[in-house]
Design a protein around this ligand. Structure first.
Ligand SMILES: [Zn+2]
Length: 344
């Protein structure tokens, strides 16, 4: 039989990463054990009145309204272990740079084993897409963490990367305002706020209409390490709102409407079995390799929460991103296969 692959409807992709965001809260909402520990949750009553429900499906919807109202209706969510649905990092490290390397290059690399500012030797899928004719100079990344330019190797890859202290310069009024907020705001984590990363990315999208846009958030990981559960939840909830905001925006723009796939994932998980380890991740934390993945777009069947047992890996995301645009991403080293259920 002569099978002619149907061309995907996706022409644009927006990728979000939430650094170290646990699958436990994505699928279960607030964890009551951590919530009720005063060491981790200050002003418990405030966060409870805002984000708590005794019902787990209501609870996760309160924390992540965009994921559970929009993506769950129109797209797919992978990683609920209650159904035996797994997605994990394939790298042995369960921390940031190895995770981002795996997401974007399509394979774990044991030579990528620190968060040091070393330009990544491996080609990434954004770089690969930027080499395709219709996508040249149409791929951009905005990041809170200042190591993103290194894992994406902006010097070689040729994609536009704007991170942490980088200012923006696309339109005098808007960019001056964004730059002022960036430079004058409090920086509780020593880097620009995720909202600044987001607004800079959103205005860049309006101004230059990239076809692939990557937005990299960091606050969830920072607040988790600090043991501030209310801030970790607040950051997660705010970032869900930013995803909703950009999804609504692109659905109002003819270049993007019904032609854009949105993907959300994380670089690593965190501990859970030993409850105090919710703050931590890495090789020594048993649960830290567990991640999650959410996808919504015109090529993805609206299966919602994936309830069939299975095992996917972070290394499969790169090939999936390429396949959604109709490309086959084949790095020199055998990479993860695309996730077939995300494509019609
Ligand atoms: Zn971390």
């Amino acid at each position: 039989m002569n099978v002619i692959a149907q061309k995907p409807k996706t022409e644009n992709i927006i990728i979000f990463t939430m650094d170290g965001m646990r699958w436990q809260e994505v699928f279960g909402g607030i964890d009551s054990v951590i919530l009720n520990n005063p060491e981790y949750t200050h002003e418990k009553d405030d966060i409870k009145s805002f984000l708590w429900s005794d019902d787990i499906t209501e609870r996760r919807k309160k924390l992540f309204p965009f994921l559970w109202n929009t993506v769950a209706q129109k797209g797919q969510l992978y990683g609920n272990r209650a159904y035996g649905n797994y997605i994990n990092v394939a790298n042995p490290y369960a921390f940031s740079y190895p995770g981002y390397n795996e997401i974007f290059t399509g394979y774990p690399d044991t030579a990528v084993n620190s968060n040091d500012k070393i330009p990544n030797k491996n080609e990434n899928v954004l770089e690969f897409i930027n080499k395709q004719k219709a996508y040249k100079n149409k791929v951009a990344a905005f990041s809170t963490w200042d190591v993103s330019p290194y894992f994406l190797n902006k010097w070689r890859s040729g994609i536009y990367v704007n991170a942490d202290k980088d200012s923006v310069s696309f339109d005098s009024n808007t960019s001056n305002l964004i730059n002022d907020i960036q430079h004058l705001s409090m920086k509780p984590n020593g880097e620009r706020l995720d909202i600044v990363t987001y607004i800079a990315a959103r205005e860049y999208l309006k101004k230059t209409r990239p076809k692939v846009l990557y937005i990299s958030f960091d606050e969830t990981d920072e607040y988790a390490h600090q043991g501030k559960y209310n801030y970790y939840l607040g950051a997660a909830h705010a970032e869900d709102g930013m995803m909703s905001d950009i999804w609504n925006l692109v659905q109002s723009m003819p270049e993007y409407k019904n032609k854009t796939t949105l993907i959300v994932t994380c670089d690593h998980g965190r501990g859970d079995k030993i409850k105090s380890q919710w703050r931590d991740h890495g090789q020594k934390v048993e649960d830290a390799g567990g991640i999650w993945l959410a996808v919504v777009g015109p090529d993805t069947p609206p299966a919602g929460e994936m309830k069939s047992p299975g095992q996917l890996y972070q290394k499969q995301i790169a090939a999936t991103v390429a396949a959604l645009l109709g490309f086959e991403f084949k790095p020199a080293i055998p990479a993860g296969e695309k996730i077939q259920s995300i494509l019609k």
